[in-house]
Design a protein around this ligand. Structure first.
Ligand code: DLZ
Length: 514
């Protein structure tokens, strides 16, 4: 039997900064010790955007301080600590031995890679579920079992019922429909500007981390200056409240819109804070429902937002843990093309790409349509190797952890899972970008043209994608109309589009920008 005074050790990861984390709840501040460690391995297994490292290290340091204020004993290993082993398994073993801890407590990780490494540690282990998600790994597996096809919409409806969100008393959906997606696609009127999100100035802790990251991660792509994200629970709450007051009402209408110089529009920008544990999912859902019931926001905004939280977010989390590790290897189209250099620099004449990549490098942020329909769409059409585009998304976005990034990129963006996650590839020509943004007017390419040097590259690449995957995709009912269009196309035009796309792809293969 273990003596009552023998401490147990609890590892808190950089994306587990929640007071109600299962492992913290299971431990005793009078007896046990919590460990947080900044390690080179986590900071560099992909070239994370410098602001992502700043956010995580600063939020970890703020959380350690808050835990101490709540009476916990905390061991905090800074990146520059002399005996830092620079891996989380290394730190767990070092501190377990040093403290003579009887057991080490963990909360399920956000990445398969790290969980495997920690489970292999030769220490007595106790694992806890991550209850910050509404649907556990096991509950998702039960929901998926026996279904021929998984569809987010079905999962989302079951979650709405289970969580009793936006329902009438009889359990039917408010407004008579489960999904108001069709009311989420307005393009932005010229006179309307976004609700710029709350910004937070850097305190001494953040300033020290900024200096560290500037020195130690100088080779990572992305801007160090201008970091203004929340790094503690109070700031994250401030960002959320700002969105409830100024963003949510218009989010419903314009969540798919894109505009020049408008990196945020009516998006909340809370995903990074939520994913590292600074916000509570249940509270967010309840706040959104309250805003609707008090008449402060329309239903298409409330429903659209809640769909992101309990629909897509929980769905991709479930799929990740259901299908890893083999999911990461899928490549249905057999894509091999390397990621073009301009994804790391933004140096391209395609205005929509330059804007989306430019703001990504500057802010570590782009909203979901920019990710899906601009940078993602281009990677899909150009046949980029899934592993390379997945690594890019994981590195450059502040909210990217593999549980959310991989299904979104490999499944939704690249359709590399053959339609397991989404029912069709989200391929689109320049016409979609023209409809949903004002970028085309400032582009060096002509969106109305598909052939010739000045033609928008998305156009010929779109048809090339459909032609080269005709066998796999033509039977998909959701693409039937598109393939009818292709079948009715004049053969000479078809050949010309193919050749134009081949020229563009050859330029990519030669390392040129477009
Ligand atoms: C992303 C990240 C970074 C950059 N650094 C650390 C770190 O030094 N220490 C830590 O505990 N966690 C870090 N993280 C987050 C982990 O990589 C994260 O827990 C996994 O990505 C799983 O989601």
């Amino acid at each position: 039997m273990v003596a009552a005074s023998t401490p147990r050790l609890g590892l808190i990861l950089g994306d587990q900064l929640s007071f109600d984390l299962s492992s913290i709840q299971a431990l005793d501040p009078q007896r046990d010790i919590l460990l947080l460690a900044e390690v080179q391995e986590e900071a560099s297994y992909v070239p994370h955007h410098p602001q992502k490292i700043i956010m995580i290290f600063s939020a970890m340091r703020h959380f350690a301080k808050a835990l101490r204020e709540h009476g916990w004993q905390v061991i905090y290993v800074e990146l520059d600590a002399s005996s830092n082993t620079h891996s989380l398994p290394g730190e767990v073993q070092r501190w377990q031995a040093e403290l003579g801890a009887s057991e080490v407590h963990f909360t399920e990780c956000g990445e398969w890679r790290l969980e495997q490494a920690l489970r292999s540690c030769p220490v007595a282990q106790v694992w806890h579920p991550d209850r910050r998600f509404l649907c556990s790994r096991q509950a998702f597996a039960r929901w998926a079992a026996g279904r021929e096809q998984l569809r987010m919409e079905q999962f989302y409806r079951s979650m709405r019922k289970r969580c009793r969100l936006l329902l009438e008393d009889d359990g039917s959906p408010l407004g008579g429909a489960w999904n108001f997606d069709r009311d989420n696609r307005k393009s932005l009127p010229r006179t309307l500007r976004g609700a710029f999100p709350a910004r937070f100035s850097q305190d001494a802790i953040t300033q020290a981390v900024v200096a560290l990251v500037r020195e130690r991660f100088a080779s990572h792509y992305g801007k160090v200056d201008g970091f203004d994200y929340p790094v503690d629970h109070a700031q994250a709450q401030g960002l959320w409240q700002h969105f409830l007051d100024f963003g949510l009402a218009a989010f419903g209408d314009y969540q798919d819109a894109m505009a020049e110089g408008e990196p945020f529009l009516f998006h909340s920008r809370i995903s990074a804070a939520l994913n590292i544990g600074l916000l509570d999912l249940r509270q967010l859902c309840s706040d959104v429902e309250t805003a609707y019931r008090q008449g402060r926001v329309p239903l298409n905004a409330a429903e659209g937002y809640i769909r992101q939280l309990i629909g897509w977010r929980e769905y991709v989390h479930g799929i990740y843990w259901l299908r890893m590790p083999e999911y990461a290897e899928l490549n249905t189209f057999g894509n091999q093309r390397p990621l073009p250099e301009f994804y790391w620099t933004g140096n391209t004449g395609m205005r929509c790409m330059a804007q989306a990549i430019g703001q990504t490098l500057e802010l570590g942020y782009a909203h979901h349509i920019q990710r899906l329909m601009i940078t993602g769409n281009f990677a899909l059409l150009a046949g980029i190797a899934p592993a390379q585009i997945c690594e890019w998304y994981l590195a450059v976005y502040l909210d990217a952890f593999e549980w959310v990034e991989l299904p979104n990129t490999l499944g939704m963006v690249m359709h590399a899972d053959g339609g397991y996650l989404g029912s069709k590839p989200y391929c689109a020509s320049g016409r979609y970008i023209q409809r949903m943004s004002d970028h085309c007017g400032n582009c060096v390419y002509q969106v109305e043209q598909s052939l010739g040097e000045q033609a928008c590259p998305f156009n010929a690449l779109y048809w090339h994608f459909l032609m080269r995957h005709e066998q796999q995709l033509a039977l998909n009912p959701r693409l039937a109309q598109v393939y009818r269009g292709l079948a009715g196309m004049d053969p000479q035009r078809r050949e010309a589009l193919w050749q134009r796309a081949e020229t563009l792809l050859a330029r990519l293969d030669a390392g040129e920008t477009l």
